[in-house]
Write a protein that binds this ligand. Structure first.
Ligand SMILES: Cc1cc2nc3c(=O)[nH]c(=O)nc-3n(C[C@H](O)[C@H](O)[C@H](O)COP(=O)(O)OP(=O)(O)OC[C@H]3O[C@@H](n4cnc5c(N)ncnc54)[C@H](O)[C@@H]3O)c2cc1C
Length: 365
């Protein structure tokens, strides 16, 4: 049986960032990935927004790692030629009744360290994005967009150059704890490897992978709830220089307008708890997307919208639950030394990936 220093389960953006951070000539890293390539699940099914940390409680991992990850991401993109654009974003109160919620958002975001925020009145908002229906807006200059595939390809290349081995088509199916380390069984023919350190970066399946290691996921509060977010795409080009969001709702940030690098505008995501990995977007949702967006973007017609992609959030809280933070934990306290769980890495996981990798390195080495 092959022995390696570190095994990473999952080649989404978080597993890739961890492998890129950990691999080096004197430290062997193997990445197990179920799919035939990297980033097929949540990491390629999201808004591709670099978040500025407006929404997370001060001091939470989501807040701290969003800020650190964003700074690292902008710096890396500059060095490595990964597409990013600091577009800035407007969170819009469509009518005066939403202004107290906007003011609460501003206070919370400033307390959590968000930089450069400004409250704008309706006229100032429309100077930035003509045509918006806005009583007021919160301006966040640090928000941006990125090409997540370019980021993932860079991390894959960096990890591979440093010697990491990627085993695609290799789902982890069993885990056994032995004195010499973790024995992982994977792939269709039940191959095995042994590693003293395992990083569980299995995204939507990270609770099941933790269970394979012997963790009672209900007892540990690690059970994930899947929450689907669908997108529609605007058929006609809209010149949108900044991201436009409504005031946030319970399980997501609300149906927002996001331009991509080609200038096409996507609307979404909405949120609905689901039990299966079904990424279809029902065209019948067009009416609710139109209603949500036209509250602050009245120029939109329903026939402007085509169904686009969907993604699924790995949430630690269910429909009635409140805020839950990322789980980033080395599990010695449960008698499982060397097992590192990354669970509930929902938004802002893409923004935070490089900072999560630093935490993992501190736990692993
Ligand atoms: C609708 C939506 C919008 C979002 N928007 C944003 C945004 O704008 N900005 C932002 O910062 N974040 C956003 N996010 C969050 C972000 O996309 C995720 O936090 C991030 O992609 C998580 O990456 P990951 O590597 O943990 O998971 P994943 O990308 O899901 O990767 C996990 C990998 O593990 C593999 N795997 C699972 N089980 C096994 C197994 N047993 N054996 C081997 N491999 C396994 C899977 O195949 C998968 O490739 C959004 C998420 C959603 C759903």
């Amino acid at each position: 049986m092959e022995r390696v220093d570190i095994a990473v389960v999952g080649a989404g953006v978080v597993g890739l960032a961890a492998a890129a951070r950990l691999a080096r000539p004197d430290r062997s890293v193997v990445v197990l990935e179920s799919h035939a390539r990297h980033g097929v699940e949540t990491s390629s099914r999201n808004s591709e927004v670099i978040h500025a940390g407006l929404y997370y409680p001060p001091g939470s991992l989501k807040s701290l790692l969003c800020h650190e990850g964003r700074r690292r991401l902008y710096a890396l993109a500059g060095e490595a030629g990964i597409f990013v654009r600091k577009t800035g974003k407007l969170v819009v109160a469509a009518d005066p009744s939403e202004e107290p919620a906007l003011e609460r958002l501003r206070r919370g975001a400033e307390a959590a360290g968000a930089e450069g925020l400004r409250l704008l009145d309706g006229a100032e908002t429309r100077r930035l994005v003509p045509g918006l229906r806005a009583a007021a807006a919160l301006w966040s200059p640090e928000t941006g967009i990125l090409d997540s595939e370019e980021l993932m390809r860079h991390l894959l290349g960096k990890a591979t150059d440093a010697g990491a081995i990627f085993l695609f088509g290799s789902p982890l199916t069993a885990v056994e704890r032995r004195p010499e380390g973790w024995v992982l069984t994977f792939g269709p023919s039940g191959e095995r490897l042994c590693a003293p350190v395992v990083v569980n970066a299995a995204g939507l399946h990270s609770d099941r992978v933790a269970e394979l290691a012997g963790i009672g996921i209900d007892e540990a509060s690690y059970r994930l709830h899947w929450c689907k977010g669908c997108y529609f795409r605007c058929r006609r080009p809209i010149p949108l220089p900044h991201l436009v969001y409504p005031v946030p709702e319970a399980h997501g940030l609300g149906v927002h307008l996001t331009p991509d690098r080609e200038g096409r505008v996507r609307l979404g995501p909405d949120s609905a708890f689901v039990h299966s990995l079904d990424y279809d977007v029902d065209p019948a949702l067009r009416a609710s997307f139109h209603a949500a967006a036209s509250r602050y973007w009245p120029g939109l017609a329903p026939e402007d919208l085509d169904p686009d992609t969907a993604g699924i959030r790995p949430k630690l809280s269910g429909p009635e639950g409140g805020f839950r933070d990322f789980v980033i934990a080395e599990e010695s306290a449960r008698g499982l030394p060397g097992w590192i769980n990354l669970i509930g890495i929902e938004s802002p996981g893409l923004t935070a990936a490089l900072a999560i990798a630093e935490r993992v390195a501190a736990l692993a080495c």
